[in-house]
Design a protein around this ligand. Structure first.
Ligand code: MN
Length: 240
């Protein structure tokens, strides 16, 4: 079926993104889907009304992942073109199967495991995009915009509660509970599959609790999700 060799590519083939797994091995990343406004308090802090507006989706490219190994501190380069980069701590679901129009029960069987992620956001560019009715890509889909911990293999498990938090320089910035998600995990996978054919290797960032805010070079971020793991990151100034 696929008989292409590396010799057939007219330029060097880009490396396929992958994320380490707790205990060893690599999880290959296909697409990154993200849920917006999945925690009511965060929707309100962004000026939205969660009683009138449902959560919704946007995407990042698969190679936006910034994998951080177990016990390591990742380096997040302060991104180009912004003066206001925000942290959003999120639970990430990793899929080992997919399909279209999945039931919530079928969606559960697509769950391979979970990771701790950060949906890094150029908030100034997002505000401009919102004001002008433009897409969010420039705010959300930049290089290294998806720092991620190793993935914990929890096949078919639905995480329904547990603390999700982010500390910056040792001080609590975001602290919530997975129980506060508006869309539960099977529901969001099922909903997404009504619009996209999901596949093994897809990641879903499931939204952030309240308390988002800016980071600056030198900041040290530590995110945690109960039962999943931790993600440590240092913000590094861009040279020049
Ligand atoms: Mn987010």
């Amino acid at each position: 079926m696929n008989t292409m060799s590396n010799d057939d590519f007219v330029i060097a083939r880009p490396a396929a993104p992958a994320v380490p797994v707790f205990g060893g091995g690599l999880f290959p990343v296909r697409r990154i889907y993200c849920v917006a406004r999945n925690y009511a308090a965060h929707a309100r802090e962004m000026g939205a009304d969660p009683t009138r507006e449902a959560p919704f989706f946007f995407t990042k490219p698969g190679d936006a992942v910034l994998p951080v190994g177990e016990g390591q501190t990742g380096r997040f380069d302060y991104p180009l073109g912004t003066q206001d980069v925000h942290h959003e701590i999120e639970l990430v679901v990793a899929l080992c199967a997919g399909g279209e129009n999945l039931s919530p029960e079928a969606a559960e069987e697509c769950i391979w495991g979970y990771a701790v992620g950060l949906d890094m956001t150029r908030r100034d560019l997002q505000a401009e995009a919102k004001a002008k009715g433009r897409p969010w890509d420039i705010a959300k889909a930049f290089d290294q915009s998806a720092p991620i911990s190793p993935i914990r293999h929890l096949p078919g498990q639905v995480l329904q509660s547990g603390e999700i938090r982010l500390d910056v320089n040792g001080e609590a910035r975001q602290c919530g509970d997975l129980a506060d998600m508006i869309w539960g995990i099977p529901e969001m996978i099922a909903y997404l599959s009504r619009y996209f054919r999901l596949q093994a290797g897809d990641l879903i960032f499931t939204g952030t609790p309240e308390g988002v805010g800016p980071v600056v070079p030198g900041d040290r971020l530590e995110g945690r999700v109960a039962g999943v793991g931790a993600l440590a990151l240092e913000v590094v100034a861009r040279p020049g």
